[in-house]
Design a protein. Structure first.
Length: 272
């Protein structure tokens, strides 16, 4: 996450963000070279009396200073396009999660195996526990397995919102009546914070996003020890997990892991 007086990006937690940081440095290098040259020419012109009325034809130099900017633009544009298409790529994701923007909170729906729905509200500053981050921590984090391809479907039910996590390199608008798709893969376990990035009303600043990436449990023995404090509800042949308000976060995580353990196929995919 970001820290005070930070100048650069947050540490990348996904391959796409790594690419974006490389591209940022690459573009900045071009900017630096151009500004140095321009600054040098300005200084040279201001400090010398270099007036030359002689040459009326200078085809060679004109050719060079016309083509050079074009070449520089191509050098910047090509890697930019490459990342643009990489970000758009969806390769058979392991999980699909729907994020829905509301005024002013996010709700999530896990759409594989069994449908699991929950809301994710900010924790008010007065209720924060030591170690929790003000304006960033939520009551229910979105839990995902690390190193797995996750497809996010992002929409809104009221106004425009934007689901953004800087360290994962994601910023996708949540638009009512439209389902936007994006994918990401975390390279490490951890909690990644983001905020709504579309001015959406008075509490725009108070609808943070917290994604927790964790390692999946690997042995079924561990699974047997897990006791879950949730209600299973059936409707239309789909099982809903209703998480009681105040269910400790660790417990929720275990539900998630259990969901995956019970699907050997999914486990196999996740570890490939
Ligand atoms: Cu919003």
């Amino acid at each position: 996450m970001a820290h005070s007086s930070q100048l650069g990006f947050q540490d990348a937690a996904s391959p796409i963000m790594e690419e974006l940081i490389y591209f940022h440095d690459h573009a900045l290098m071009a900017v630096l070279l151009i500004s140095t040259l321009v600054l040098y020419i300005i200084t040279a012109m201001m400090t010398t009396k270099l007036t030359n009325t002689g040459p009326l034809n200078a085809q060679e130099v004109e050719m060079v200073w016309t083509l050079m900017p074009a070449v520089i633009l191509v050098i910047i544009a090509l890697p930019s396009l490459r990342i643009l298409y990489l970000m758009d790529e969806v390769n058979s994701p392991h999980l699909t999660i729907k994020a829905i923007g509301h005024q002013w909170y996010w709700s999530y729906e896990h759409l594989d195996h069994m449908v699991m729905k929950y809301n994710s509200y900010i924790i008010p500053a007065k209720d924060l526990l030591p170690g929790q981050f003000r304006l960033l921590e939520v009551d229910t984090r979105m839990n995902i397995p690390m190193e797995s391809s996750i497809r996010m479907l992002i929409t809104s039910v009221d106004v425009l919102h934007s689901w953004a996590i800087p360290s994962l390199g994601i910023k996708t608008d949540a638009i009512p009546g439209r389902l936007n798709q994006t994918t990401f893969t975390t390279t490490r376990p951890g909690v990644f914070y983001g905020q709504c990035s579309e001015i959406c009303g008075v509490n725009h600043s108070f609808m943070p996003i917290a994604v927790e990436a964790s390692r999946l449990l690997t042995t079924p023995d561990q699974l047997l020890e897990i006791k879950i404090d949730v209600t299973l509800e059936r409707s239309d042949q789909k099982t809903f997990i209703k998480i009681h308000p105040g269910t400790p976060h660790e417990q929720y995580l275990k539900i998630y892991e259990k969901d995956h353990i019970s699907n050997p196929l999914q486990m196999k995919q996740a570890h490939q």
